[in-house]
Design a protein around this ligand. Sequence first.
Ligand SMILES: [Zn+2]
Length: 593
Amino acid sequence: MTALAWPYANGPRHIGHVAGFGVPADVFARYMRMRGHDVLMVSGTDEHGTPILVQADSEGLTAAEAAAKYNRIIVEDLDALGLSYDLFTRTTTGNHYKTVQELFSTLYGNGYILQKKTLGAISPSTGRTLPDRYIEGTCPHCGFDSARGDQCDNCGRQLDPTDLIDPKSRINGETPKFVEEDHFFLDLPAFADALNAWLDTRTGWRTNVLRFTKNLLDEMHPRPISRDLDWGVPIPLEGWIDRPDKRLYVWFDAVIGYLSATIEWARRSGDPDAWKRWWQDPEAVSYYFMGKDNIVFHSEIWPAMLLGANGEGANGGEPGPLGKLNLPTEVVSSEFLTMEGKQFSSSRRVVIYVRDFLERYSPDALRYYICAAGPENQDSDFTWAEFLRRNNDELVAGWGNLVNRSIAMAAKNFGAVPEPGELEEVDRELLATTKAAFDTVGDLIGANKVRAGIGEAMKAVAAANKYLADTAPWKMKEDPKRQGTVLYTVLQAVSDLKTVMSPFLPHSSQRVHELLGGEGVFAPMPFIEEVADLDEGQGATDGPYPILTGDYSDVPKWESVPLVPGTVLEKPTPVFTKLEPSIVDEEIERLNA
Ligand SMILES: [Zn+2]
């Protein structure tokens, strides 16, 4: 199972978001399907919590209307990028509410949810609850001066607003007043030993994730899971369920989305028990993809919730109605993408929304940049100059040029894939190189080293371009037999490489497949379907809403397939677009406008 972080629906998403979780996860899922694995890729929009309310207020919408608006925009953007979700849903569904409440009840029954008095912040000027993330102050652990009331983005520790030194409201700068109120807490310390033992078995993880998580275990506190809020999943306990002012904390319901989305996928597939294959079968593996600011939820809190629901923490207990559930196999976290040296920020207008990007550039141009230069192991910087260079010098001049020259030459001279004569050493060498790329690139994708993976694929592209330059088939007019052999060889290399490239660049691989005379779907794409909520009642969405889904059952195998001589070829049109250098200044102007 490939589980992708849930984009928050308080606005359109920028390219930093899809660089962190979207594209790397899609590369992995596409590759695993081609290797013959059964893959399920799920996620959805995260639609509860205060920021949605704040955004809705600012637009004169209800929270539900704002969530629906941005859910649709995000669905359309992820579709345009070709992210091959089996189901991309949302947290405002009856199914999600039911699953969240079921898990809460199991955790509560097993004794992992504590009720206690706590200090909550209110705004002295309005008397209203001041949500944690709208309180800013200095982190007591690392001294970072913009730590939020729920988490420090610098050292990653979870915080309570009362931990902050010199807390201030981010809305109007005033000092919040703290008052006593009842709230629910997840008893995280009860999972310290079980989490530690589990982490010791997680040998394949990136060291940054493992080290970060181990450090978290040194100081675990009960974590609040309810809020004073009227937008979220109601707390399923007597005396609480009907209260309009208390809801589960947005992070608590959002992480359960992985489970609820799988259940929804199963229900929509006509086999309502199919989700159990992914969550109960001990042989099933799950990969979670996210940006580094979300590690804590996936490597510590979600596993703790699952341990509690299984009755496997220090307080014991029994599995609930959903049975014993699988913990994450691997947590794959990316670092941050910055832009022109600055952190992405909608408010400071350091931002490129996915939609705006795709209006002017192709999805594979963005996917290439993210794969080749994304923030896989360290923060990386997006600059328009580097985007231009990567697009023109690598994608267009490398891979695009190879495709166009070889197919154009074969179409012009033979009108078809030529019949090869006997291969020479140099021909066999090139084909050995592209065949070997299946193993090297595949192993790297399987280890979630996308950057190195596409680097190896581009090395094979360079070898094919060099072969073309060295053999110079355009000078072989007098020797059509040898010319046919060379062109056959390079076309076979192109065919192999379009397969190797397809997890990274599915749109262009589909085009290359067609240019080589192939028919049908080579790299399947997701599609948007308008659906009705499966349930009625609490949480259910009225009216149709878009989900992202797809049929990926018939993907090509991850292997070299021999081209058939005689297959008709036509003069190709360019697969990628060369960009004018002027786009750099234009884009920077647009940013500053
Ligand atoms: Zn800190």
